[in-house]
Design a protein around this ligand. Structure first.
Ligand SMILES: Cc1cc2nc3c(=O)[nH]c(=O)nc-3n(C[C@H](O)[C@H](O)[C@H](O)COP(=O)(O)OP(=O)(O)OC[C@H]3O[C@@H](n4cnc5c(N)ncnc54)[C@H](O)[C@@H]3O)c2cc1C
Length: 496
């Protein structure tokens, strides 16, 4: 099979790209998804309490507004319904190829085509590839000694076991990041006991989640401009927060003051407060948006354990001071295997160059989207595209519009676009220089940084700047060569 465009991944990014391609009258594409349903993050993260921590009005696509968001911050099931509705409303079902697990992507210079291989399906060729496999798609278990020796039940937050009944169970939760603080308040409602194992406390800010009244929804529906205005208000509100969250500035102290006040108001015990007080600048690790977590920790059936974990034992978790904490089930809210140095799948570009080798010390791309030597290939959520203060979808929408413009240009003019190496280098030098002044590079260890402290994940600026740089494709940044075979099927036949 030969396609104009192969999209790898059927989450928010892949679906957004598919919608925009269709709107540009490009219909010869397919979405290759290893799962059996669309939805990515929101198909996989169904743990109790799962929700977005950016307001739904901003955590949605501007080209697919939803007047019916039930709350300021919607839950996982509602976000998944929104995604499924987009798939149906924009007629994307026929474009999905479920159960296609991509295990390699190789450029063929003779045919000017990418070959996409799968672990379980025949290969496919495409003129352009959109890598939309997601930053947080692969779960990560911590490297704790004795992980396999534990005989109780193990559940990862992103692969929830809905058949497991937590009622009256002794539960241990490892991890107190964005997922952990959403899960604990739900588990304390049903479990006999919950022990929360914390390595490092994070900065938590209050999250007030209002239900949206029917009248407001009706207004949004009847006057869509009001919804656009509400989105704009959230957008600019978050942009102002960047001043304290993105840059390590005097305003970071203001964010920290809000965090400390939140902690003081919700936790009266000074010792517990001390245990929950972060020792790094706010924003350095992902901010936690929660008003439920601290109260949950203080329930009679909940205990915070701050001793480091030594190992897992058959009946529970042993901490370094020698106590064994028995548990019927361990919940791993331990995050994801984020590829900051490798690539999500093996990618071989021009002249047999291997992207994983080029990224071995940290991923780099031009404007987070294109990589020199890998023509007609575009990344969503690529290197240095992470927002610390705003919605990933605002960034993704800009990426999608840019890459769809570039792809339609390449298809219309029968060309192959490859970003110039010097432009990519200059771009990255500038990004790394700007990152030095950010909170992420202010001295804590986080999943944003490689072991060597290289930041390959975050964008050091306002969302406005990120979106602005992707407003239009400057074809001067790319080398252009002819797409050789005028008949792409003939091209494939020639290589067989
Ligand atoms: C619990 C949680 C809450 C979050 N909340 C927010 C929030 O409030 N605000 C925010 O901005 N961001 C949030 N995020 C980040 C979130 O990941 C992004 O906002 C967004 O959902 C990513 O979309 P995506 O399409 O890039 O990736 P994904 O949604 O991960 O989709 C990628 C898809 O690619 C598929 N795939 C991966 N590898 C392959 C392969 N080799 N072959 C075939 N298919 C493959 C996967 O199965 C998946 O379906 C959250 C993340 C998590 C985990």
């Amino acid at each position: 099979m030969t396609l104009d465009v192969a999209i790898i991944g059927g989450g928010f990014a892949g679906i957004g790209a598919a919608i925009r391609l269709k709107q540009k009258q490009i219909h010869d594409f397919a979405l290759f998804e290893r799962g059996t349903e669309p939805g990515g993050t929101w198909r996989d993260n169904t743990y109790p309490g799962a929700a977005c921590d950016i307001p739904s009005r901003l955590y949605s696509y501007s080209f697919a507004p939803n007047p019916d968001w039930s709350h300021t911050y919607s839950g996982s099931a509602e976000i998944l319904r929104y995604i499924e509705r987009m798939v149906d409303d924009f007629g994307l079902r026929p474009f999905f190829r479920f159960g296609h697990n991509v295990d390699g992507v190789v450029w063929n210079e003779q045919t000017s085509l990418w070959e996409i291989t799968f672990d379980n399906q025949p290969p496919v060729h495409a003129r352009a590839v959109v890598m939309a496999s997601g930053p947080l798609a692969n779960v990560s278990f911590p490297a704790i000694r004795g992980l396999e020796t534990y005989e109780g039940h193990k559940i990862h937050s992103a692969r929830w076991d809905h058949d497991y009944d937590f009622t009256d169970k002794k539960v241990a939760v490892i991890g107190t990041g964005a997922s952990g603080v959403q899960i604990v308040p739900e588990l304390v409602k049903v479990a006999k006991s919950v022990k929360v194992f914390q390595r490092t406390p994070g900065w938590a800010l209050p999250r007030t989640n209002f239900a949206t009244r029917q009248r407001t929804k009706d207004i949004y529906r009847r006057f869509p401009q009001t919804q656009t205005l509400a989105r704009q208000a959230w957008f600019w509100g978050h942009e102002s927060v960047a001043l304290g969250v993105v840059w390590n500035s005097p305003l970071t102290r203001v964010v920290e003051a809000v965090g400390k006040l939140h902690l003081r108001r919700q936790v009266k015990d000074p010792w517990l407060r001390r245990q929950l007080t972060p020792g790094f600048r706010a924003g350095c690790k992902r901010l936690l948006m929660t008003s439920d977590y601290y109260p949950a920790l203080q329930k009679d059936n909940c205990t915070l354990v701050t001793w480091p974990i030594a190992r897992l034992a058959p009946r529970g978790i042993r901490t370094v001071e020698g106590i064994e904490h028995h548990a019927d089930v361990i919940v791993f809210a331990t995050g994801f295997d984020v590829s900051k140095t490798g690539t999500p799948v093996p990618i071989t570009g021009r002249g047999g160059r291997v992207l994983a080798d080029e990224w071995s010390t940290g991923a780099k791309a031009y404007k987070s989207i294109s990589v020199s030597g890998y023509p007609n290939m575009y990344f969503t959520f690529g290197p240095n595209s992470g927002p610390g203060h705003s919605s990933a979808l605002v960034y993704m929408e800009a990426q999608i519009d840019y890459l769809v413009d570039a792809i339609s240009h390449a298809l219309a003019h029968d060309v192959v676009l490859d970003v110039r190496a010097d432009r990519q280098r200059a771009y990255n030098e500038n990004i790394q220089r700007r990152l030095q002044k950010t909170t992420w590079n202010s001295g804590c260890s986080s999943w944003y940084l490689t072991e060597d402290g290289f930041n390959a994940t975050m964008f050091p600026g306002f969302a406005t700047q990120y979106v602005g740089q992707l407003k239009s494709v400057d074809y001067d940044d790319y080398t252009t060569s002819a797409y050789r075979p005028s008949d792409k099927d003939a091209a494939v036949t020639a290589t067989v």
